[in-house]
Design a protein. Structure first.
Length: 145
């Protein structure tokens, strides 16, 4: 089978085709009766990316389900969501005292939340995608002239 005939699974296309929007703020992750505070790095139509110190946790089953609480990046709305961690990246970092710690970055697919919250996130990302596309077209027109 040649590479040009290969097509990615639809889940891969939909997950990676979406625009990720930078978001600053705090995110609380609740998993296995444990609460951990982290940073909300970015959001997409279907998930978020968070960063926090690494802690060992038990993994039950193939998927790691977490409860998330974070503030919407653009409106004063606290979002509660259920998510599944789809990737984890561990990275050693040195603090100001030259102590090595491990930072953990996770991509979390949102699998359940209030419909209002899902709509707010989707509209936020789509609005920014439209604005970005419009800005790029205007920039392309300015460069062409």
């Amino acid at each position: 089978m040649s590479d040009k005939n290969w097509t990615a699974p639809s889940s891969l296309i939909s997950r990676r085709a979406g625009l990720r929007v930078a978001a600053g703020g705090l995110c609380t992750e609740l998993a296995e009766d444990d609460e951990q505070l982290g940073l909300l790095l970015d959001v997409s139509e279907v998930g978020i990316r968070i960063e926090r110190p690494h802690r060992l946790m038990k993994v039950r089953g193939r998927e790691r389900v977490v409860q998330l609480e974070f503030e919407h990046p653009a409106v004063d709305e606290l979002i509660w969501a259920k998510g599944v961690i789809r990737f984890d990246k561990l990275e050693p970092i040195r603090d100001e005292h030259d102590v090595t710690r491990v930072r953990r970055t996770s991509g979390v697919e949102i699998v359940a939340a209030a419909s209002k919250h899902l709509r707010l996130l989707r509209e936020f990302v789509l609005d920014l995608r439209s604005a970005t596309a419009l800005g790029q077209r205007q920039l392309d027109m300015m460069v062409a002239t």
